[in-house]
Design a protein around this ligand. Structure first.
Ligand SMILES: N[C@@H](CCC(=O)N[C@@H](CS)C(=O)NCC(=O)O)C(=O)O
Length: 205
């Protein structure tokens, strides 16, 4: 079994996506807490050397660095043949969901959450309304993508569910409400044995 080390922080939905995937896949790993609110120059030198923007998540597999949450999820699914990576169809589904999430939910929800943290400081006029409009359209497409399945990958969650979970876990913190379909999916996600709170995924050492 390769040595896995995940660098992250509980406030990072991007890092939570990867932590959830490792947990769902039962892949043992070490976790290293990185202070994403501190000056990047203060982060550990080894971390900065491996993560080009000094961002989390960073996953090291036997010392090789993988960055960008979506790319890391695909690496996990293909290398360990799990969470959709077991079949060509599952992997195609995962890719489509990851690209959708990154362009849509993964764009507006983190920004709306951040806007609340900073009281809207630095967000130009109209930006929050525009992000809110995008979220409304994302809700409709969420329902289309989920269809009749319990999870985005069918009966069991896959990398697409991990990606979409990353920030939808914090809808109320972003001042947003889930649709009933989203709420039911969020409840199913929260009930998974592998699910943990962000602080349990990334305990401070
Ligand atoms: N596109 C990247 C986004 C990663 C990202 O924005 N990471 C944030 C936390 S959510 C971070 O490390 N921020 C610290 C900083 O920029 O100094 C991904 O999908 O992994």
């Amino acid at each position: 079994m390769p040595q896995l080390t995940l660098f992250g922080h509980p406030d990072s939905g991007h890092a939570c996506k990867v932590a959830l995937a490792l947990s769902l896949a039962g892949l043992e790993h070490e976790t290293i807490w990185i202070d994403i609110w501190a000056d990047p120059a203060t982060r550990p030198a080894a971390f900065r050397a491996a993560s080009p923007f000094a961002e989390v998540p960073l996953l090291q597999i036997d010392g090789t660095a993988f960055t960008q949450s979506g790319a890391i999820l695909l690496e996990i699914a293909t290398r360990f043949q799990c969470l959709g990576g077991e079949t060509a169809d599952g992997l195609r589904r995962g890719r489509e969901l990851l690209m959708w999430e990154a362009n849509r939910i993964g764009m507006c929800v983190p920004q709306l959450k951040e806007a609340r943290r900073v009281n809207g400081d630095g967000f130009p006029d109209g930006a929050l309304e525009w992000l809110g409009m995008r979220y409304a359209s994302d809700c409709e497409r969420f329902a289309i993508l989920l269809g009749d399945g319990a999870f985005f990958h069918g009966d069991q969650p896959g990398i697409g569910d991990c990606a979409i979970w990353g920030y939808t876990q914090w809808l109320s913190e972003a001042g947003l409400s889930p649709t009933s379909i989203m709420k039911e999916w969020l409840d199913r996600m929260r009930a998974l044995d592998a699910m943990k709170s962000p602080h349990a995924f990334f305990p401070k050492a």
